[in-house]
Design a protein. Structure first.
Length: 198
């Protein structure tokens, strides 16, 4: 009853590598002249990456997957747009606190560079009332947990409802964790009712 769904796609290795090279080069240009990130620091790009040429193939992947999600959900309106797309770079020790993406229908993330210790995302139970009483459990199951940890790798693309709160644990790898996040909204809503809340 009332499921919260997360859709996962693994991008084919050749396309993954080609997209990754272009994305990393574009991000290097954006960060040119900036000091290297220190332990525990993070960096986020501007939120219009979907308009950059280096993101063209990733945007095509997002569109393909989003169309499949809307078909699966039997949504009548398929006129949607990317309302924001940005890169997040987390140095070792950096994390990303619990948050959601208001004023959007779907959100997602594409993983450019992960690594052992930097290869998970946490999704949290959206039913706030479920935490009113929290008895001890003898075993964690899908029916009693309030958090699900999803393991990802280079080339993983996730889509999920924008209301679904998520977080990222501290990067315990030796390298930077690099991902591209994005939001999708029905065009009529995005243009006429309200702008995304960051």
């Amino acid at each position: 009853m009332f499921p919260s769904l997360v859709w996962r796609t693994e991008v084919e290795s050749g396309l993954r590598d080609a997209m990754g090279a272009g994305i990393l080069a574009a991000l290097a240009d954006m960060r040119q002249g900036a000091p290297p990130l220190k332990a525990g620091q993070g960096w986020q790009s501007v939120q219009d990456l979907h308009q950059h040429e280096a993101m063209r193939e990733l945007v095509a992947c997002i569109d393909h997957c989003a169309a499949g999600v809307l078909r699966f959900l039997c949504i009548g309106s398929t006129d949607y747009e990317i309302t924001g797309c940005w890169a997040t770079v987390l140095a070792p020790g950096a994390s990303h606190k619990l948050h959601s993406h208001p004023n959007n229908f779907l959100s997602g993330v594409y993983y450019v560079r992960t690594g052992e210790g930097a290869d998970t995302i946490n999704f949290h139970d959206p039913r706030k009332q479920a935490s009113v009483i929290k008895p001890p459990v003898t075993e964690l199951t899908a029916q009693n947990t309030d958090q699900v940890v999803v393991r990802v790798r280079d080339g993983t693309l996730l889509l999920f409802p924008s209301y679904l709160e998520h977080s990222v644990d501290a990067n315990s790898s030796a390298g930077e964790r690099i991902s591209i996040s994005f939001n999708l909204m029905f065009s009529s809503f995005a243009q006429q009712l309200s702008k995304p809340l960051w």
